[in-house]
Design a binder for this molecule. Structure first.
Ligand SMILES: [Zn+2]
Ligand SMILES: [Zn+2]
Length: 144
């Protein structure tokens, strides 16, 4: 499953004229397999054993390349730590207020909200982002 997605992502990069380096491949693989919306720092930490010469800046540069070709989305939270999400189908996020974990869930796109926002405000709507907050099952168990 993730094998197929990695190959598709690599095809997308090749078609955009992006060279596939071993580091680039590893970062992509990590993003697709982790499903945890990692920060650049987390990706760096999990790969530094494999690539001792790699810097956090390298990870950032690669993520920027992936973002430019539309393979990842950057989720900014107003602090320095952006999280990176592999673009699959449209999905929404639920975020744990205890540990910060982000989990995907699928729900039909809220197109009618966009249409309403457009007609009420006169904006051209580009996209929307919905996040739900709560306590994840792990954190719930820890409390008891
Ligand atoms: Zn949690
Ligand atoms: Zn996501």
């Amino acid at each position: 499953m993730s094998e197929v997605r990695i190959n598709e992502a690599i095809d997308t990069l090749k078609q955009s004229g992006v060279r596939i380096t071993p580091q680039r491949h590893a970062i992509l693989e990590h993003l697709i397999q982790s499903m945890t919306h990692p920060t650049a720092d987390e990706i760096y930490k999990s790969l530094e054993g494999k690539f001792p010469n790699m810097s956090v800046a390298t990870v950032y540069n690669n993520l920027r390349v992936f973002k430019e070709v539309g393979l990842v989305k950057e989720l900014t939270y107003g602090d320095a730590s952006s999280r990176f999400d592999c673009v699959t189908t449209e999905h929404y996020h639920i975020i744990c207020e205890g540990c910060g974990k982000i989990v995907d869930f699928h729900y039909p796109g809220l197109d009618e909200v966009e249409t309403l926002a457009e007609s009420v405000t006169g904006f051209d709507v580009g996209h929307h982002r919905m996040e739900i907050y709560g306590t994840c099952p792990d954190c719930k168990t820890k409390k008891h």
